[in-house]
Design a protein around this ligand. Structure first.
Ligand code: 6PG
Length: 254
């Protein structure tokens, strides 16, 4: 489903609403909520909003397990750390249960960090779908998502839930959730805004299909929901058929 918002602020508010709604439903039904947060700049505002009223007062923080969709293998105090970003913008400001915050730790040894994260995920999540309740993802201009980069062997992983990757352009190791886990999740939400994402969004959604070159195309939850939350600028190149009326309230496109 494609949800289109007027601007990044409306999108971020809607993403915060979605987080709170899903968390409350999950806690009511199953006693806990499991979410994988993404990095990058796009979700930053959503995390800041979640740390403020009214969202801060509505989410069942102590019952939420936080995971990450990927991580750069740097110290958590490094500006590039996704867990560090979430901690600064959100986790530090709300009453989370520290034992339920599960950052990816890979700064010492990426390969061992990925294996350790795989074990952590399997301790806390059901082994069969549905696994995570919610996964937030972003979209890179080259079609990557999480740290699933074009032509990387992690795209072919069909058993493990977390894998280490070396990103040549950055000369950096990262650890990422694999499509095995992401596609077994209950709800997967891509957050995408800005004109510079318009062309890649169109290609990912409308094709042609080439998942090795465009890893975001690998994300197709088997029994879960896939939701694209995008702003009008990012949606600008989508075929007319895809565009619905916009406004501060979202419009749904099947
Ligand atoms: C990261 C994410 C990455 C990100 C996209 C979009 O940690 O950077 O793994 O997949 O979501 O690159 O990044 P922006 O939100 O900064 O555009």
């Amino acid at each position: 489903m494609m949800l289109i918002y007027n601007d990044p602020e409306s999108l971020s508010r809607a993403a915060a609403d979605l987080f709170v709604k899903q968390a409350r439903e999950a806690v009511d039904r199953r006693g806990r909520f499991t979410v994988a947060l993404s990095g990058g700049n796009t979700p930053l505002r959503t995390y800041q909003l979640l740390a403020r009223p009214p969202w801060r007062d509505q989410a069942p923080w102590p019952h939420i397990h936080f995971f990450w969709s990927d991580e750069r293998c740097v110290d958590m105090d490094d500006d590039r750390s996704n867990a560090g970003m979430a901690r600064r913008t959100l986790l530090r400001h709300v009453p989370v249960e520290p034992a339920r915050v599960h950052p990816i730790q890979c700064d010492q040894d990426p390969e061992a960090g990925a294996l350790a994260y795989n074990e952590i995920l399997q301790i806390y999540l059901p082994l069969a779908a549905p696994t995570l309740d919610l996964v937030f993802l972003g979209l890179g201009n080259n079609g990557h998502t999480a740290s699933l980069f074009p032509y990387n062997p992690a795209l072919e992983e069909n058993v493990l839930w977390a894998a280490d990757v070396f990103v040549i352009e950055e000369q950096m190791h990262r650890v990422t959730l694999t499509p095995v886990l992401i596609n077994a999740s209950r709800t997967v939400v891509f957050l995408v805004y800005g004109r510079e994402k318009a062309q890649i969004l169109k290609t990912i959604v409308e094709g042609p299909s080439d998942a090795q070159r465009l890893p975001a195309q690998l994300i197709r939850p088997r029994n879960g929901r896939l939701i694209w939350m995008v702003d009008r600028s990012a949606a600008a190149a989508l075929g007319k058929r895809k565009i619905m009326a916009t406004g501060n309230q979202f419009r749904e496109h099947p």
